[in-house]
Each structure stands twice: as structure tokens, then as C-alpha cells.
Design a protein around this ligand. Structure first.
Ligand code: 5AD
Ligand code: SF4
Length: 477
């Protein structure tokens, strides 16, 4: 994602700031880790708390309430949060009225353990319980511990208008689904974020309308698995007795939602993340091809290039089916940018199976990717039923081989842009140089070029003269 994943990762741990509401006197310090969904959730939390008298601050020391929105996807993500909790508790010794709360996936996974056994927080709130924050805060103010980790089959926060945190005022995330029903054997998400549910199209369009009125230029439709988006004409899955009844209702699937959004907002650049190969159908690709304003970019995690590993992961597709999907995407949108997530060293992965991942990479030649070593997560099917038997140094070596090959492919793709003119949405100032803008093209490649009289949010044409494997460098034409 991005790279929105990269942008989000750069922001990891930074306090998120909102517009200040006049009259609010309490101070909220909120940090986020993990995926874009988590960052979007923090915006929902800030919105709920702004109605409770809280404004955000970037100074930990002056906060009345410190919240950390957490990720459980790999062990390392949890370790990072634990270090932060130590830091908050050190400050709490100086400022004992300060309250500390854990939100998100770690809250859901560890539940009251953080409060009762470890006594490192005052408040534990799972991803579906943010509406309960006002009550929970009353509980802690009355001197009681507060926990709500109830997962919901309906909650989408559809009516909560997120306040935009640390926003560049140009691009924003819009959640369309929550949770995941896929049950990949390695993944903690179905346990931390619960069952999959889709948000009503009307509220999605309303949120984009508000963003458009505020002059935002790009939105990313977000979900753990956007391709399985399904809204049953005014009802939820549970409201219908059987499949034929559902079929008779006027359902909206992801390709239809994408079409509705692109048609209603022709000037808005539209992206989406994350796709899932087993749920993505070609209607989505045809809809992308139909609309100029939908970016030609698909993030399509594969995890492994080996059908036998995919089977152990409970991914519902084979290597061949994945390749057929990639071939179809390229047939319909020849210049489509593609990226992957790959996880190496999953239970029982042999050297031959690893070679199949490398050969899949060679075949697809992704524009970029996000690569990880398998990290066993408590409670998952893999943890219960399989052996995490690939030694750490083997995982490390395989990961290095995958990353090296991906870098070659990234450079191959960025090189192809040299001598071409690309359309860039200006998203901010380059991190490395104040005199350069940074933005992305439709395929999600990052471009930097010298500043002129343009401004943030402008769409400009840039002639590409040079590149690295991660960045295109050019000048405005
Ligand atoms: N260990 C390592 N990586 C994981 N991912 C998901 N679960 C795990 C795990 N247990 C990776 C997958 C996924 C991405 C978001 O994180 O590649 O697509
Ligand atoms: Fe991390 Fe997954 Fe939770 Fe996002 S949904 S915060 S990636 S565990």
C-alpha cells in the first residue's frame, strides 16, 4: 500500500493532531501503529472525544488522556507498543492524574490482561467499542478500571465523521468495510477485528462529499478485504433468511461501489486497498478501466508463490489462479501498477517452495512490495495446529533474497518512466529537500521535482529524468 503503507509507517508513533474545537479544555495525546485502517480509526476516536471536551496535543507531558492505537499483526509490532507503554507510565509517575488507554488490535487480543495482570493501563478498548469511550472515561474518572472489547457484527462507524489527523489536506482514507471473514491460518485479524461487515454506500458517498467540499483531491477506499464489500440493499446479511432472498435484494458489490464513487466524484482521484486475490473479480478491473479518475494501481498480496504453502495458509487460490488474475489485469489495464505482500518462512516452507515464491516474483515483476518473515501469533490456526519450524536464520536469508529481487524489479519499473511525462498529484514537500515537491502518479510511484508556482493538491505534468528503485525524479513541464 502507498505507498500508503510507507506513509503510514513513517508516521508510526507520531502523535496525531486534529483541528482544535473551541471550548474544549482537556488534552488528548493519541498515537497510532499498524495499518491504514488503524490510523483511520484514530480519526474516529478523536471525533468521538472532541465531543467530550478533548482537543489533541503533540505534547505527551501535558496530556490528560494518552491513547495508543495498536497493532498485533507481528510480534514486533506489539513489542514497539509495550516500549511506548513503559514511557507513558514513566510520565504518569510525574503526572498521576494522566490516564493511559490501549485501543485497537492489541486491546482486543490481550483484553483485561493489560489491566488486571500487567496493571500498565487504565483503559482497554477494542476496535468495535469506540462509541463506548465516553462511558468508559466516566468509569476511570470514578476510579474504576474500564474495559470494552466486545466485537460487533454491525458497527461500521458509518455516521461518525472522522476528524482528519495530521492530514495534508489532499488525500484521505475512507473506510468501507471492517473485519475479515477469510481465516488465513497465520493471521490474527479475524480475532482482533471480528466479522466482516460493509458500510452503507450512502454514508460512504456522504463522507467523500464532505472531503470534496473541503477540497480533498484523493481518497483511498479502505478495508481489510475491499473486494468482498457487499451491501444488501438497505439491510445487513443477518436480516435475510437465505441466499435467494439476498439475491433478490438490490445488493451493491465492490465494483458497483467503485463505479458509484467514480461517477459521483469525477474530479477526485480514487484508490482502494487492500485487494484479495480470492475475492477480486474482473468487474473491479473493468470499472477501473472505465473511469479516468480511478488510479491504475492494485495492491494484491500473494503471501507465497507455492500452491502447497497457500493451501496451508488457507488462501483460497492456487499459484496458477493468481497468475491468471495478474495476466487479466495486465490485459485490461496494460500499464497497471502492481504491488505485493509476501510472507516468508511459513510453517513447513521448503527450499523448493521458497524458490516458487522467487519465480512468481520473476513472473509478475511487481512495482513494489511489502515483505515479512512469518511471526507466529497466539490464537491463530497455525499456532494451534502447525509447527513454526523454519529456523529464524533461514527466514532471514529467504526474506533477504525476496527483498533483493523485489528491489531489482522496482528499479526496472522506475527506469521505464525515464523520458516519459507523468501526471502527479502534489501531496507535500519532499522529506529530503524543502525546495522539492513530492507526489504520486496513477501507478502509485513516488515523484519528486523542484518547486515552482504550483501548490499542494495541484495535478501537474512532470517529465522524468532520473530515478532510484523507490523514487522518480523530474521537472515540471
Ligand atoms: N507474520 C508475518 N507477517 C504477517 N502478515 C500477516 N500476518 C502475519 C504474520 N503472522 C503480513 C501479510 C499481510 C500483511 C498485512 O502482513 O503479508 O498481507
Ligand atoms: Fe495490525 Fe491487522 Fe490490526 Fe491493522 S488490522 S492494526 S494490520 S493487526
Amino acid at each position: 500500500m502507498e505507498n500508503e503503507k510507507i506513509i503510514v509507517e513513517k508516521n508510526q508513533g507520531q502523535p496525531l493532531l486534529t483541528n482544535q474545537t473551541e471550548g474544549n479544555s482537556k488534552k488528548l495525546y493519541i498515537e497510532s501503529y499498524g495499518c491504514s485502517m488503524n490510523f483511520n480509526d484514530s480519526e474516529i476516536v478523536a471525533s468521538i472525544l472532541s465531543k467530550q471536551g478533548y482537543n489533541t496535543t503533540h505534547l505527551l507531558e501535558e496530556a490528560d488522556l494518552v491513547l495508543v492505537n495498536t497493532c498485533s499483526i507481528r510480534e514486533k509490532a506489539e513489542q514497539t507498543v509495550r516500549k511506548r507503554l513503559e514511557k507513558y507510565n514513566a510520565i504518569k509517575k510525574i503526572n498521576p492524574t494522566m490516564k493511559v488507554g490501549v485501543l485497537g488490535c492489541m486491546a482486543e487480543r490481550l483484553k483485561a490482561k493489560l489491566l488486571e495482570e500487567e496493571k500498565i493501563v487504565d483503559l482497554v478498548v477494542g476496535p468495535d467499542a469506540y462509541r463506548d469511550l465516553p462511558n468508559l472515561l466516566e468509569e476511570i474518572n470514578a476510579g474504576r478500571d474500564a474495559v470494552n472489547v466486545i466485537l460487533s457484527k454491525e458497527e461500521t462507524y458509518g455516521d461518525v465523521s472522522p476528524v482528519r489527523l495530521n492530514s495534508n489536506g489532499v488525500s484521505a482514507f475512507v473506510s468501507i468495510t471492517r473485519g475479515c471473514d477469510n481465516m488465513c491460518t497465520f493471521c490474527v485479524v479475524p480475532f482482533t477485528r471480528g466479522r466482516e461487515r460493509s458500510r452503507e454506500p450512502k454514508s460512504i458517498l456522504q463522507e467523500i462529499q464532505e472531503l470534496s467540499e473541503k477540497n480533498y483531491k484523493e481518497i483511498t477506499l479502505l478495508g481489510q478485504n475491499v473486494d468482498s464489500y457487499l451491501w444488501y440493499g438497505g439491510g445487513l446479511k443477518k436480516d435475510f433468511k437465505n441466499a435467494s432472498e439476498i439475491a433478490r435484494a438490490t445488493a451493491v458489490d465492490f465494483s458497483q461501489l467503485l463505479d458509484m464513487v467514480a461517477t459521483a466524484f469525477p474530479k477526485m482521484r480514487i484508490r482502494f486497498s487492500t485487494s484479495n486475490p480470492q475475492d477480486m473479480n474482473l468487474d473491479v478491473i473493468y470499472t477501473m478501466a472505465k473511469h479516468e479518475n480511478i488510479c491504475n494501481y492494485v495492491h494484491l498480496p500473494v503471501q507465497s508463490g507455492s500452491t502447497s504453502v497457500l493451501r496451508r495458509m488457507n488462501r483460497q487460490h492456487t499459484r496458477e489462479e493468481y497468475i491468471a488474475l495478474i495476466d487479466n489485469i495486465r490485459k485490461i489495464i496494460p500499464d497497471c501498477g502492481l504491488s505485493q505482500d509476501i510472507m516468508t518462512g511459513f510453517c513447513g516452507e521448503t527450499e523448493e517452495e521458497h524458490q516458487e515464491t522467487l519465480s512468481l516474483l520473476e513472473y509478475v515483476k511487481y512495482d513494489f512490495g511489502f515483505m515479512f518473515a512469518y511471526s507466529e501469533r497466539p490464537g491463530t490456526l497455525a499456532e494451534k495446529k502447525m509447527d513454526d519450524d523454519v529456523p529464524f536464520d533461514v527466514k532471514k536469508r529467504r526474506l533477504a533474497e525476496i527483498i533483493l529481487l523485489q528491489q531489482e524489479h522496482s528499479l526496472y519499473h522506475t527506469n521505464k518512466f525515464i523520458g516519459k511525462t507523468v501526471e502527479v498529484l502534489i501531496e507535500g514537500v519532499s522529506k529530503k529537500s524543502d525546495s522539492h515537491w513530492k507526489g504520486r502518479n496513477s501507478q502509485n510511484a513516488v515523484i519528486v521535482f523542484p518547486k515552482g508556482d504550483e501548490k499542494m493538491g495541484d495535478l501537474v505534468n512532470v517529465y522524468i529524468e532520473d530515478c532510484t528503485s523507490a523514487t522518480l525524479i523530474g521537472k515540471r513541464v
